[in-house]
Structure formats: structure tokens, C-alpha cells
Design a protein around this ligand. Structure first.
Ligand SMILES: [Fe+2]
Length: 264
């Protein structure tokens, strides 16, 4: 498996604070069957100053330490960029990193509670500039919980791919997010699953439990690419042709919510 979203580098954001903690996270990931992690520190200059050069340097140092420790895992430099009007310029200037060395996939983070106006036009502008936006964990965003049709529309138009979080599928973030994750998986509205790991205790970098849970929801054949093939294509900057999303019937738009509400 490949984890395309993990805060594994030390001292750059709210992930591990030193290399010892990073190595412990890597040990956990490797024992879980993860072969590669894309390091995605927050790229939000207002909060964290990760910086491209520092991310690349820390990634190289961590890879050297992993080789020396015999942990079968490699780290690739990336970034989780916060959606901001100057994002295209920052990408072009290499102030923030894409997920892959070819410069195709951009992991975009939005606020958790809401979505800014014209977020879809913003993603279209990224697409128009030659990037493929990967939206980070919309299943945890309250705005989308109430408007699944907006997520459908954006995926159906091809303006973004969707990354959901492993612990959302397994239910560790609560029944509502679990139900919404199932809803997205069933409708081909999720394209890759990642840990969004931050430490050995706060969302550790594990994916095998989510892989089993996803397989129970949509079957092995559909679940597998979300942890392997699609993640590999993103890591290598190769094109992805995801299955067409399953259309939402108006009456079924909030059916996921009805699953967890008390029946009368
Ligand atoms: Fe993250």
C-alpha cells in the first residue's frame, strides 16, 4: 500500500516533533504493509512555514535513517496545500510541492467546517493551469455532509479526485463520518484512501484496517485500487481514469444520513 497523505516529517507542522518519532511512525506503517509514504506537511504560510527546500532535505534525511534502520519503507516529498487564491503562482514558483515529481497531483486542503465561495471555480483554475487537484478528506467537512450532490458534481465534471481518510471508513471519527464515507465509496466518489497520520497515537499511519472495511463495503476488487493502484499512479504522476460516479437520485441524496438517524 501507498499512503499519499501523512505528516511524517519532523518539526515542520503538527506532525512528529523529532526524527525518533518519525521513525516510530515509519515502523508502524511498514508493519501495516505500507511500502511508501508521501510526506505531506501543511503548506499554509499563515500557520506553518514548511518550505519546499526544507521538506526535500528532511525527506532525504529520513530516507537515509530508514535505510540504516532496515525499515522497508520509502518517503517521497509532497505537501498538503491550503486552498488560497495564489496557489497556482506558488506551485509554479515551487513554493509548494505537488504529490509527485512530475507536478501533476496537488493535495488541496479546505477548511473543515465549511467551503469558501466558488471553491469549484478555484479547482477548475488549478485544473486549467495543468494540475490535477486531489481534495483532502471532504468526508470530514460538515458542508459536504449536507451537500453530497456538490461533491458528485465536482467529481462528475472531472475537476478533482477525492482522498478520504482511513479512520473515517473504520468509524473512529464517529458514525456520521463513517456512514458518509460508505456513501462516497459506494458511489465511486472516493479515489484514494490515506492515513493523514500525525503521530504514533494521533491517526498513526496505518491503512490495513481501512482496506478491510472498504472491501466489506464495496468488495475487494473495487477497494484495492484505492490503497494500491490509484495511490501508485498519484505517487508517480501517472494519469488516472476513475470509474464514473454513480448518479445521485434527488430522493437519495441524504439517504446516508437516514441510515444513522433513529427510525420512527
Ligand atoms: Fe493532513
Amino acid at each position: 500500500m501507498i499512503d499519499v497523505h501523512c505528516h511524517i516529517l519532523p518539526g515542520v507542522d503538527d506532525g512528529p516533533s523529532n526524527f525518533e518519532e518519525s521513525i516510530e511512525m515509519c515502523r508502524i506503517a511498514a508493519s501495516d504493509g505500507i511500502k511508501k509514504i508521501i510526506a505531506t506537511p501543511h503548506g499554509n504560510p499563515c500557520v506553518y512555514d514548511s518550505g519546499t527546500a526544507r521538506i526535500i532535505e528532511l525527506t532525504e534525511r529520513l530516507n537515509v535513517l530508514l535505510s540504516g534502520s532496515g525499515i522497508p519503507l520509502s518517503i517521497q516529498a509532497g505537501c498538503e496545500v491550503f486552498a488560497a487564491p495564489d496557489l497556482v503562482a506558488r506551485l509554479k514558483n515551487s513554493e509548494v510541492l505537488t504529490l509527485d515529481a512530475k507536478g501533476r497531483y496537488v493535495l488541496v486542503e479546505f477548511p473543515v467546517e465549511t467551503m469558501p465561495p466558488n471553491w469549484d471555480l478555484f479547482l477548475m483554475s488549478l485544473k486549467g493551469a495543468g494540475y490535477c487537484p486531489v481534495m483532502a478528506h471532504p468526508e470530514r467537512n460538515v458542508w459536504f455532509l449536507n451537500r453530497p450532490e456538490a461533491l458528485y458534481d465536482a467529481v462528475e465534471k472531472g475537476i478533482m479526485l477525492v482522498q478520504i481518510t482511513g479512520v473515517s471508513i473504520t468509524g473512529e471519527l464517529g458514525p456520521m463520518i463513517k456512514a458518509f464515507s460508505s456513501y462516497l465509496l459506494e458511489r465511486n466518489l472516493a479515489h484514494v484512501v490515506a492515513s493523514d497520520g500525525h503521530s504514533v497515537t494521533f491517526r498513526p499511519p496505518v491503512l490495513s484496517a481501512a482496506r478491510r472495511a472498504a472491501a466489506e463495503i464495496i468488495g475487494d476488487e473495487r477497494a484495492e485500487p484505492l490503497f494500491t493502484g490509484n495511490a501508485e499512479a498519484i505517487a508517480q504522476g501517472l494519469p488516472l481514469t476513475p470509474p464514473h460516479p454513480v448518479e445521485l437520485k434527488p430522493a437519495a441524496k441524504k439517504r446516508w444520513l437516514q441510515r444513522i438517524l433513529p427510525q420512527r
